[in-house]
Write a protein that binds this ligand. Structure first.
Ligand SMILES: *Cc1c(COP(=O)(O)O)cnc(C)c1O
Length: 424
């Protein structure tokens, strides 16, 4: 048996994320591109920024790409571009990074959370529809649904493509059309992911009225610091976003709106331009690593007699007993990009401690759903309001994942996870 004591692998360190091997391969190109920025000293919104916008638009298939200073800014600026503002409501998932709802809050709008789908962990179209039908009413004068309890008009939906997998955009877009809502993709974790509608594969960035991307270093396409991008096919949305990112000034010193200092640094664009041509190769590697993890987990589970399921094989979000492992699954019409590879186990925190002791890095996306975070107390949610999200937060765990992770590292991770589960 391969887990017999005598043949256990020696202790290894497997970091949760290692950005160095990816950088080393491109080092000379990146150094050169950065040098060129210093040659010009065009540090903000320089020519490479314009080039990056053009190439991102082309990659996604969007008419416009507007660079900004972060993914968080991309969301809040795009929200305003889509017509959301003070006193409006925006529907989103409670299982996301805080930035999604924080962006809503920061423009004076109010987040309304709807629960997630137990298989994909993405915003559930059924929950959104239930919220609109039962907690809102159609208002024929404004054209927007109004939340009955607060009288707040709902303007849009922000689906989050969590972990690198698209939300159920077909269903969400149908609901949005029927209720006169915009759809803004939070694509921060899903640059390059695809979703098939009407038999045609569409990239993130083109699956709603607008989309927000982040180039934070750990994302699919990561820079050397903070920056982000908005994509849209809508000319007027693009125009508003371009004005808002430079202090609300369509031309220099003509301030027409209260905007932001959200310009992209030229250095970020220069680095990202070197990396962008490699994105498909990295996404393919992520998918291969994910498939390898799944295969290894299944092999070990069989040997150790630990029940293992793919998320799509379950009707419940999480295991209810100790020896049990749930693997992530790819929705049928989606090309998952595995920005993170998340398994579900009952004693998640025990497993993390055990893995940590064995040199394996992990992360939890996310330990607490947003509606139960203190910052959103004022919204009045309580534990039990979003049962699927709440359960997910207690069992989900991200394994080490990056395009350069080695087979040896993956084997070690799987071995340590399965040893822990077997001992339960
Ligand atoms: C990273 C992230 C953001 C925020 O992006 P920043 O560039 O860090 O501001 C927003 N939403 C989600 C889902 C993210 O993962």
């Amino acid at each position: 048996m391969i887990l017999h004591k005598g043949v256990l692998q020696a202790k290894m360190n497997v970091p949760f994320l290692d950005l160095k091997p990816g950088y080393e391969k491109l080092r000379s190109g990146i150094d050169e591109a950065m040098g060129a920025v210093f040659d010009q000293c065009n540090f903000v919104l320089g020519e490479p920024v314009r080039a990056l916008e053009e190439q991102c638009a082309a990659y996604c298939g969007a008419k416009h790409a507007i660079s900004v200073a972060s993914g968080t800014d991309a969301i809040r600026i795009a929200l305003r571009g889509c017509g959301a503002g003070k006193g409006h409501g925006v529907i989103t998932s409670p299982l996301t990074f805080v930035a999604t709802a924080e962006a809503v809050n920061s423009i004076g709008a109010r987040p309304f959370f709807c629960d997630i789908d137990p298989v994909t962990a993405n915003l559930s179209p059924a929950a959104v529809l239930d919220f609109l039908e039962n907690q809102c009413m159609r208002d024929n004068s404004s054209g927007f649904p109004v939340h009955k309890q607060t009288n707040i008009p709902i303007k849009g939906i922000i689906p989050v493509h969590l972990y690198g997998q698209c939300a159920d955009m077909g269903a969400l877009n149908r609901i949005a059309r029927d209720w006169n809502l915009f759809v803004l993709e939070d694509a921060a974790q899903a640059f390059g992911a695809e979703y098939a509608t009407d038999g045609k594969s569409v990239k993130t960035g083109c699956l709603g009225k607008a989309a927000a991307f982040s180039f934070y270093p750990s994302k699919n396409l990561g820079g050397a610091g903070d920056s982000g991008m908005i994509t849209t096919d809508d000319d007027s949305v693009a125009k508003i976003c371009r004005v808002l990112r430079v202090h609300g000034a369509p031309t220099a010193y003509d301030f027409v709106e209260s905007g932001y200092n959200s310009r992209m640094d030229t250095l970020q664009a220069a680095v990202l331009l070197v990396k962008l041509p490699h994105i498909d190769e990295w996404l393919t590697a992520r998918r291969e690593k994910a498939a390898f993890y799944s295969r290894l987990f299944r092999e070990y589970a069989l040997k150790l007699d630990v029940p293992v399921f793919e998320a799509s094989e379950l009707s419940v979000p999480a295991p209810e007993q100790g020896k049990f492992l749930v693997l992530p699954s790819e929705a049928e019409n989606c090309r998952h990009t595995f920005n993170s590879f998340n398994i579900r186990v009952q004693d998640r925190d025990g497993m993390i401690a055990s893995l940590g002791g064995q040199g394996v890095g992990t992360n939890v996306y996310y330990p607490k759903p947003l509606h139960l975070n203190k910052v959103f107390d004022f919204l009045g949610y309580a534990a039990g309001d979003m049962p699927v999200s709440e359960k997910m937060c207690s069992v989900i765990c991200a394994m080490p994942m990056f395009p350069e992770i080695t087979e040896e590292q993956q084997r070690y991770v799987v071995e340590k996870v399965m040893e822990f589960l077997k001992a339960q």
